[in-house]
Design a protein around this ligand. Structure first.
Ligand code: HEM
Length: 298
């Protein structure tokens, strides 16, 4: 799935748009009860709505959630979490079998509702036009993100019973998320261990066990590892927030590990051929790093 930045780029959402949307949050808050009442009048006209909003409990839960969603349009926090939430809403709609056509039509109603509210407040002015432009963009982004699951559903062929397969995929997604969290935890622990190495080296220099020159080079090599682990941690956090995983973070770690080995090797009586081999490995990893970076930019 695309990142929120890619979505923003696709819909040309600028800082000015975000400012515009946030500037009418108060106005939309005033309208929220009227909005939900009219939204419900609208969706109750669909033939099969009672089938989905089948009892009072579901209706009141849905009303609260839609109201909350409506206000998030004007909060300006369009980040990975926001995107994840939109795709979750889409998944819930797909799971209950809600026709995509209902969502598209409802979104059209919401767009018209916002335009009417802005016109009543600001009249037919250029300021109103700029606000409508920003509202249009964020609504289009929402519709796109909320209907991804419908598009995925069309492409999906079911081997197992539909409901069972859906739940299995949901479980696998949560499992993958847990594995990512464990990886994050393991990386944090590793960085603490590496910090321990630095402490040990400083201690060795202090008590005269390691010559200062050797010790400093070893510390530098270890700090390089900490920096690489930090890169990996940032990549993992980015991934957990919904971004693509950066393979280059692993390459950075591998390059740092080999450079550390070279630093240590130059201090010992290691054969020059071994050091040259390590240099070759760094060069090869560097070329792969450059190629990946280059292909991502292209
Ligand atoms: C643009 C229009 C819509 C928006 C923004 C919207 C928003 C939401 C949200 C935020 C949720 C909660 C998802 C979650 O649990 O994380 C939800 C669930 C749901 N939506 Fe919608 N919805 C829309 C249209 C509709 C329509 C037209 C129907 C029915 C005719 C519908 C029926 C439902 C139902 C039945 C649920 C599950 C409620 C529950 O059991 O908690 N939605 N929707």
């Amino acid at each position: 799935m695309e990142t929120i930045e890619e979505f923003k780029k696709a819909y040309s959402i600028t800082e000015q748009d975000i400012e515009n949307l946030m500037s009418v949050k108060g106005l939309m808050e005033k309208h929220q009860d009227d909005f939900i009442a009219k939204f419900y009048d609208f969706i109750l006209k669909f033939k099969d709505t009672p089938q989905f909003l089948s009892d009072n409990e579901i209706v009141s839960r849905h009303k609260e959630k839609v109201k909350w969603w409506f206000l998030t349009l004007f909060e300006g926090n369009y980040n990975e979490e926001y995107l994840r939430h939109l795709s979750k809403v889409g998944e819930v709609h797909v799971k209950i079998g809600l026709p995509c056509h209902y969502v598209n039509a409802s979104m059209n109603f919401i767009r018209r509702y916002c335009i009417k509210a802005l016109t009543e407040e600001f009249g037919c002015s250029t300021h109103r036009d700029a606000l409508i432009n920003s509202v249009d963009k964020v609504i289009d982004l929402n519709l796109d993100a909320m209907t991804i699951s419908y598009r995925e559903e069309e492409l999906r062929t079911y081997i197992l019973p539909r409901r069972f397969e859906y739940n299995l995929i949901e479980f696998a997604k949560r499992f993958a998320f847990t594995v990512d969290l464990l990886l994050l935890f393991a990386l944090m622990i590793s960085s603490l261990f590496v910090l321990g190495f630095v402490g040990h080296e400083v201690y060795s220099i202090g008590i005269g066990e390691t010559p200062v020159e050797t010790g400093i080079l070893k510390i530098l090599g270890t700090l390089l590892m900490i920096w690489a682990i930090g890169e990996l941690l940032s990549a993992e956090i980015h991934h957990l927030r919904g971004g693509k995983f950066a393979v280059t973070a692993f390459l950075t770690l591998a390059i740092a590990a080999v450079i550390r080995k070279i630093l240590i090797a130059t201090l010992s009586t290691e054969k020059i051929a071994d050091i040259l081999t390590l240099g070759g490995i760094v060069l090869a990893l560097g070329i792969v790093y450059w190629l990946i970076g280059h292909s991502e930019k292209a």
